[in-house]
Design a protein around this ligand. Structure first.
Ligand SMILES: [Zn+2]
Length: 132
């Protein structure tokens, strides 16, 4: 997973790590945590490693699955095609990479020969999330 820090997920402001100038946090070493914060809206994300803090801050909510659960970019979902697509493939797992509101997205598949797929949110079910 990339450790490049994206802009704040709440306000799109400038996000910084605690060792990159996010000042006040450096004065609280007793937490023994790494922080990523937004210099505009004050969002603060903490984790045990810097990589985890960055990954958490970089997470983006992309859609609701068929059960109404939040799916983030990078989450694994079970894709169960409907309609004509069902005749060509069994259900399989994929990694959500992109979703275009309100209901259509793309994923990368890891467990078989499909390299990508497209789906409607009503066709996917969250099976593994990085967090929450
Ligand atoms: Zn912000």
């Amino acid at each position: 997973m990339s450790t490049e820090l994206l802009p704040c997920p709440c306000c799109n402001g400038k996000a910084e790590t605690s060792d990159g100038g996010f000042g006040p946090i450096d004065a609280m070493p007793m937490f023994n945590l790494f922080f990523v914060g937004c210099t505009d809206c004050g969002l603060l994300v903490a984790a045990k490693t810097l990589e985890q803090a960055i990954a958490a801050c970089n997470r983006r909510f992309v859609c609701l699955d068929k059960n109404g659960k939040k799916v983030f970019a990078g989450d694994k979902v079970k894709y169960t095609p409907q309609g004509q697509a069902r005749q060509h493939m069994e259900s399989y797992r994929c990694n959500v990479t992109e979703f275009r509101a309100p209901c259509y997205g793309y994923g990368l598949c890891g467990e078989n020969d499909f390299t990508c797929c497209s789906f409607y949110s009503s066709e996917i079910e969250l099976i593994e999330s990085d967090g929450e």
